[in-house]
Ligand binder design. Structure first.
Ligand code: NAP
Length: 317
């Protein structure tokens, strides 16, 4: 263990993430960023972080690889990581599965009008709906067909939804209609329920606004367009979401991410009884998954193989 090169863990990323756990499972020295001193910064090659504090990178003199704790690197990119140091995104089957679970759960909430049943149950009312839409009658559009979006799209298709996907570059997914950037309006026009799984970049900031929601299909089987966001909150304009929920441009939403987190207690979003809010918990980075991912990437790097899941600086994800 002593001969292995150390990893610095930015413990600001979660008080319950312990350097001891990572040291034991990675079988190498792991030190908390807060406990590191000049001698550590002089030789530490690896940093695991998510939203580093300004100036974090200036401390390191021998940094070789930055590992992101999360799939999204927008928080990391905001702190100007040195250009020459590769950034490895967190990609792990557990996270992909968790996000697909959340997306499917939300789509089923809307398909089966779960908030209506919850309200009837709270009122001890034997409500009943005689006509249920079929998943095959609902056109879902997944925005972002990367690690998370492509898997969620496949899972939705397996559940019977009529699924399409949109991404920057054209993708091919069996049984799923795909569109690239030029096809955005056509994609939105055929979509009853849109699922956001995009990274936050200059191009996606504020993308989900009134103009965007107005392009969704108003005549779908669920009785109005639905917006589901598990990507990043700053891609959505919450004032527009609230206004669109009030005037019927949107029928309902499921939001896991928000412009400011935690969502402010005064946000009008809390007051809608037919929407679904979760506290940025759709797909957490589990320690066991991080260990699996770090072990593989460190093993590759230290044996001279190329790192995987590298962030492309010019596109910002
Ligand atoms: N809520 C949570 O708990 C949670 C958890 C994990 C991740 N996330 C969010 O989910 C995001 C996606 O993760 P991922 O692992 O799937 O990322 P990824 O593998 O990098 O995929 C990103 C997808 O978005 C597309 N894209 C990016 N910018 C675009 C643009 N301007 N126009 C059209 N398409 C664009 C990409 O297109 P190309 O395929 O053409 O490159 C790609 O298909 C993360 O960045 C993070 O913000 C949230």
């Amino acid at each position: 263990m002593i001969s292995k090169r150390p990893l610095i863990l930015d413990t600001d990323i979660g008080a319950d993430r312990s350097p001891e756990y990572f040291a034991e499972h990675l079988e190498r020295p792991v030190l908390s960023l807060n406990d590191a001193d000049e001698t550590v910064f002089a030789r530490a090659p690896y940093l695991l972080t998510w939203r580093p504090r300004p100036g974090t990178f200036d401390k390191f003199q021998a940094l070789e690889v930055i590992f992101s704790l999360g799939a999204g690197v927008d928080g990391l990119m905001r702190t100007d990581p040195p250009q020459h140091i590769p950034i490895v995104r967190f990609v792990d089957p557990d996270m992909t599965q968790l996000m697909a679970d959340w997306v499917c759960h939300q789509c089923l909430n809307h398909l089966r009008d779960q908030s209506q049943y919850a309200s009837w149950q709270a009122d001890r009312h034997w409500g009943n709906k005689q006509q249920q839409p079929m998943a095959s009658e609902v056109r879902v559009g997944v925005m972002g067909l990367g690690e998370l979006g492509s898997f969620a799209a496949r899972r939705l298709a397996a559940m019977g939804f009529d699924v399409a996907g949109w991404s920057r570059s054209m993708k091919q997914l069996d049984g799923i209609k795909t569109y690239d950037q030029n096809g955005l309006d056509t994609f939105l026009g055929r979509t009853d329920m849109v699922v956001g799984l995009l990274p936050l970049t200059a191009q996606t900031q504020g993308l989900y606004d009134r103009s965007f929601f107005s392009k969704l299909n108003p005549d779908g089987a669920l009785g109005g367009p639905i917006f589901i966001n598990g990507g990043r909150g700053k891609s959505q304009v919450e004032a527009d979401i609230i206004a669109c929920l009030k005037d019927g441009t949107l029928k309902s939403v499921s939001l896991d991410v928000f412009e400011e987190e935690p969502l402010h207690e005064n946000s009008p979003l809390w007051g809608f009884d037919h929407i679904y809010l979760t506290p940025h918990s759709s797909a957490v980075s589990r320690d066991s998954g991080l260990v699996r991912h770090l072990s593989e990437q460190l093993q590759r790097y230290e044996s001279g193989l190329p790192l995987q899941h590298l962030v492309e600086r010019d596109r910002g994800y």
